[in-house]
Design a protein around this ligand. Structure first.
Ligand code: COA
Length: 161
């Protein structure tokens, strides 16, 4: 199963889905994409490291990264299931459009499945977390503890984040 995203950074909303999905599949690949439409705050290596820190206790979760079309990655790696999270009504329209376009592009029988985000995480997005963090606001509980520590370390090292 593949769970793909920008993860800039991984949040507790993402982690909740990763935990739940890891219980229903043999192996979950968390795929970090280079999305040219989004300018990321954290480098690919930093995002991968934060996912690794957040998921180290989950034995069947692995990370990977790729650019280009999600469907190409799915076809090249013979992925049978793609997981997407749904936070609220607003996600649904976009998600159905993406899932239907991807379904055209998959050459094998790949299914997109959706899991509801836990309501306590419904309001979280990576952008809102970054915004609050950049002003020094408290984001504990919104990102995994190890990720929060890592973000603070990077902020100290780079000074400007
Ligand atoms: N909990 C908390 N936040 C969540 C969440 C959850 N369960 N699920 C999603 N989010 C947040 C994300 O952090 C992201 O926040 P941001 O916009 O502030 O960065 C936002 O909701 C949107 O998430 P998502 O739709 O997963 O966007 P994404 O950029 O992380 O991933 C891709 C989208 C990369 C998977 C998609 O653009 C893609 O497949 N791109 C590859 C190119 C391609 O194939 N294009 C054709 C598609 S048909």
């Amino acid at each position: 199963m593949l769970y793909a995203g920008t993860f800039d950074p991984i949040t507790n909303g993402h982690l909740d889905l990763i935990r739940r999905a890891s219980r229903i599949c043999e192996e979950l690949v968390v795929g970090v994409l280079t999305n040219p439409a989004k300018k990321t705050k954290y480098s690919m290596d930093e995002r991968l490291e934060m996912i690794r820190l957040a998921t180290e206790s989950l034995d069947n979760v692995v990370t990977d990264h790729f650019d280009g079309l999600l469907a190409d990655y799915v076809v090249n790696n013979h992925i049978s299931t793609v997981l997407r999270g749904l936070r609220a009504g607003i996600d649904f329209e976009n998600e159905i459009q993406m899932a239907q376009m991807n379904a055209r592009l998959y050459k094998e029988r790949t299914e997109t499945i959706f899991m509801m985000t836990d309501p306590s995480h419904s309001f979280i997005s990576s952008s809102i977390v970054k915004e609050v963090f950049s002003y020094g606001g408290d984001i504990s509980g919104l990102v995994p503890t190890q990720v929060y520590e890592y973000m603070k370390k990077i902020k100290e090292e780079k000074g400007d984040k």
